[in-house]
Design a protein around this ligand. Structure first.
Ligand code: MRU
Length: 358
């Protein structure tokens, strides 16, 4: 499949698209903000084939667990519209194959597979090929719409944990760019600010791809929420100096025994525990994978070039061996509470409660 796309450029300072990712009814494409260009440029790209969607996911043009859930769903919808299959069986077979390809792009972030599977399951209700095409698009749009609503609910629950004047340390980007809108960890901050509290954020840079430095700070500056950027290695120092009231991070997958999130999260959890700083995880129920344990989850390994180069400049010997896992696992004993759309949960984290308690 050859990558192809239509590109629309939105220059900085003009209106930023309302959603990080959405379906474009006019072009029948997946519309997404290219996050690799942030914060220098806000550009929307229109993705018109699965090859390009996979490239966009792999290169983190679209990223963050909930946004990947929407990308998975829209990917199946795009495949349904592009497929020339003229029988239900052939079309469903095409969609299952595309689903496998999309799922394999980022194995740790469970929402990607969840989005694909949810839309594939919905297709089973159809009676003909047109029905499949209609239903999968409807379901993908529902995932995106729900994401915004769930994040607002999650934010309202989490916002109650924050006090006026608090400083929150966060890692990576679990903001509106990681979701369809609003965000999870940053959604909690946004909800607290909306409720009239003064909240400051310390954003860890998040090497090697700097999602914290590039995206979290950009989102907060846009929203006029005070934010200070630090390197990842400074979290020990700022917590020892009592500059942090709590840590809030997002999650890519929550198993029975651990929270998978951007590499570096585990280290912050250890520092937080040592200094009695509450460590909160903000994630929708769709990020839970309670059927698995930590050692059953594949951690995505990324290219060594991400450490040998920075912004195109060589910063390490070309032939140095590199270990570049995208995520780490934080054991549940380091987690103070998990904030979901259904409420705030403290240990022991029981799936039935998390899923159904309101
Ligand atoms: O590699 P990324 O940028 O997709 O990693 C993103 C994260 O680790 C986020 O913290 C996580 O997806 C939660 S987003 C609400």
């Amino acid at each position: 499949m050859r990558p192809g796309c239509l590109i629309l450029t939105v220059t900085k300072g003009s209106e930023i698209p309302l959603r990080t990712i959405d379906w474009n009814d006019e072009f029948e494409t997946i519309s997404m903000i290219d996050q690799t260009l942030l914060p220098a440029e806000v550009r929307t790209i229109e993705c018109d084939n699965i090859g390009f969607l996979c490239e966009a996911i792999l290169s983190l043009r679209i990223r963050g667990a909930p946004a990947l859930g929407a990308a998975g769903g829209f990917g199946v919808a795009l495949a349904a519209i592009k497929s020339r299959a003229d029988s239900m069986e052939a079309l469903l077979d095409d969609l299952r194959k595309v689903g496998d390809i999309i799922r394999s792009t980022r194995p740790t972030a469970v929402n990607l597979a969840w989005g694909v599977d949810r839309v594939l399951d919905a297709a089973r209700d159809a009676y003909d090929t047109d029905g499949i095409r209609r239903i999968v698009l409807q379901e993908a749009k529902a995932i995106a719409d729900e994401d915004v609503k769930l994040n607002k609910r999650l934010g309202a629950h989490g916002g109650e944990l924050l006090h006026d004047g608090d400083t929150v340390l966060t890692h990576c980007n679990a903001g509106r760019m990681a979701c369809v809108d609003w965000g999870t960890a940053l959604g909690v901050v946004r909800s607290a600010v909306e409720a009239g509290k003064e909240i400051k954020v310390i954003a860890c840079e998040t090497r090697p791809l700097n999602q914290g430095g590039r995206i979290t700070t950009w989102e907060l500056v846009e929203d006029k929420i005070p934010v200070t950027l630090i390197t990842d290695s400074m979290s020990g120092h700022v917590m020892r100096r009592q500059m942090v009231d709590c840590v809030i991070v997002g999650a890519d997958r929550i198993t029975q025994d651990a929270v998978f999130n951007k590499i570096g999260t585990y280290t912050h959890s250890l520092v937080a525990k040592e200094h009695n700083v509450p460590f909160y995880v903000a994630a929708p129920v769709s990020t839970f994978d309670f059927e698995r344990m930590e050692d059953e989850v594949e951690i995505e390994l990324r290219d060594g070039g991400e450490l040998r180069f920075m912004a195109g400049k060589q910063i390490a010997p070309l032939d140095v061996e590199v270990y570049n896992p995208a995520f780490d696992a934080t054991p549940m004993e380091n987690v103070t509470a998990i904030i979901t759309e259904n409420g705030v949960f403290r240990p022991p984290f029981l799936l039935d409660e998390v899923k159904y308690k309101m």
